[in-house]
Design a protein around this ligand. Structure first.
Ligand SMILES: Cc1ncc(COP(=O)(O)O)c(C=O)c1O
Length: 384
């Protein structure tokens, strides 16, 4: 049995993602240093930005809360033993979810009147199976989202007072509710949009009775790093916890962040091509001289961006080599001209600790968020 297992390991396709658990901790410290008086909702939605939601949460035991996009993600965390607050960032999508919210002690974002009506009308099924409108024994923490200019989710600033008033009448909601907003352009420092959103939020909050007692939350990663006035009670960093820069044109190291995910594969073939030979689908790459070409066992079926341009670097034996030809489902090809001694079986880093993901994202006309979220299930995840 063991021999078979070892054989399987030897023969398995070399496409893996290394997850550096210590880097998570380090990146959380960067958040804490930037926003020392705020509590931290670590955003772990979308399967921990593709890193593994449980792995991310377990690697961040000091986070004060976790932010997720669905009840399924929240339950996964609870079942894995996560005790901290878990915030459903888009609230509930259906009245049926309320029992799960209560059972699993989840915090709810409320962002529109439909959700408020849903709360007003919801009935709870007690542990004995009896349905009632009586408040559950525990109160639910609500984060009321105000739309200060992103125009995606959130109640209008001028409706905030009336919504709070409605929520005060629901005995199962913990008072006062937490007030939050989300910034659309915190990563663009010259854009006045953030200044306007912060002003709108502050004005809205100040106009409320007893607003001094209300906790507030505004900042995503870009705001944690660049808009200190947005830090208030709770910050909500996502991408920076994974060791990725929220700003285009910058890399993790510029902010003292450490990349968590390193995506790796191996050379599985080396070809000696002659001038005029083409490489890959569509013959899109034509060798302008005799060229040594390496084939890597990683493609868009693993989550490498198909739109990566020729010249996008990979790291082979600690030296960059350029992508040539179209990325295919299972493979990609590189020019080995600068790698005379490369051999089949040599390891390749596609992004990670030694090759900034931000660089690959830019050359693929996308953002690093999409790359990490896009790593597919057949890639093996190795925690270290
Ligand atoms: C409501 C909310 N807060 C915080 C974040 C974290 O953003 P970032 O990953 O840019 O830090 C997100 C992510 O999209 C979000 O939707």
């Amino acid at each position: 049995m063991r021999a078979f297992h070892e054989l399987f390991r030897v023969m398995s396709r070399p496409a893996w993602a290394e997850i550096d658990l210590n880097a998570f901790q380090h990146n959380l410290q960067v958040v804490r240093r930037a926003a020392p008086t705020s509590r931290v909702v670590a955003i772990v939605k979308a399967n921990g930005y593709g890193h593994g939601i449980i792995c991310a949460a377990k690697a961040l035991p000091d986070a004060d809360a976790f932010g997720v996009a669905s009840i399924d993600e929240a339950i996964q965390l609870r079942e894995a033993g996560v005790k901290q607050r878990i915030v459903l960032l888009e609230g509930i999508f259906d009245a049926d979810e309320m029992d799960l919210v209560v059972d699993h002690h989840l915090d709810l974002v409320l962002h529109n009147q439909t959700q408020i009506e849903l709360l007003k009308n919801c009935t709870f099924i007690s542990s004995t199976g009896v349905s009632s409108t009586i408040a559950p024994p525990t109160t639910i923490t609500v984060w009321l989202k105000i739309d200060t200019g992103m125009h995606r989710l959130g109640v209008a600033p001028e409706e905030t007072a009336s919504v709070i008033n409605q929520l005060q009448k629901l005995s199962f909601i913990k008072q006062p509710v937490i007030l939050m907003t989300h910034l659309a352009s915190a990563d663009e420092l010259d854009d006045l949009a953030t200044v306007n959103q912060l002003e709108c939020f502050n004005k809205t909050v100040c106009a409320l009775d007893h607003s001094i007692n209300q906790e507030k939350s505004i900042a995503n990663s870009a705001a944690v790093l660049s808009w200190p006035e947005s830090h208030v009670n709770w910050v909500r960093p996502g991408i920076m916890l994974y060791g990725i820069s929220p700003f285009s044109g910058k890399v993790a190291g510029d902010f003292g962040l450490k990349p968590v995910m390193s995506v790796k594969s191996k050379l599985i073939e080396i070809r000696e091509l002659v001038k005029g030979d083409t490489v890959g689908y569509g013959g899109q790459w034509v060798c302008d001289q005799n060229t040594r070409v390496g084939v890597i066992a990683f493609g868009y079926g693993d989550g490498y961006p198909r739109h990566a341009v020729n010249g996008t670097p990979v790291l082979l034996n600690n030296k960059k080599a350029p992508l040539i030809g179209r990325v295919s489902m299972d493979m990609m090809t590189i020019d080995l001209s600068g790698h005379k001694h490369a051999n089949i079986g040599d390891k390749v880093e596609l992004w990670g600790k030694n090759l900034p993901i931000e660089e690959v994202a830019q050359l693929s006309s996308t953002i690093a968020y999409e790359l990490v979220c896009g790593i597919t299930q057949r890639v093996k995840f190795v925690e270290n």
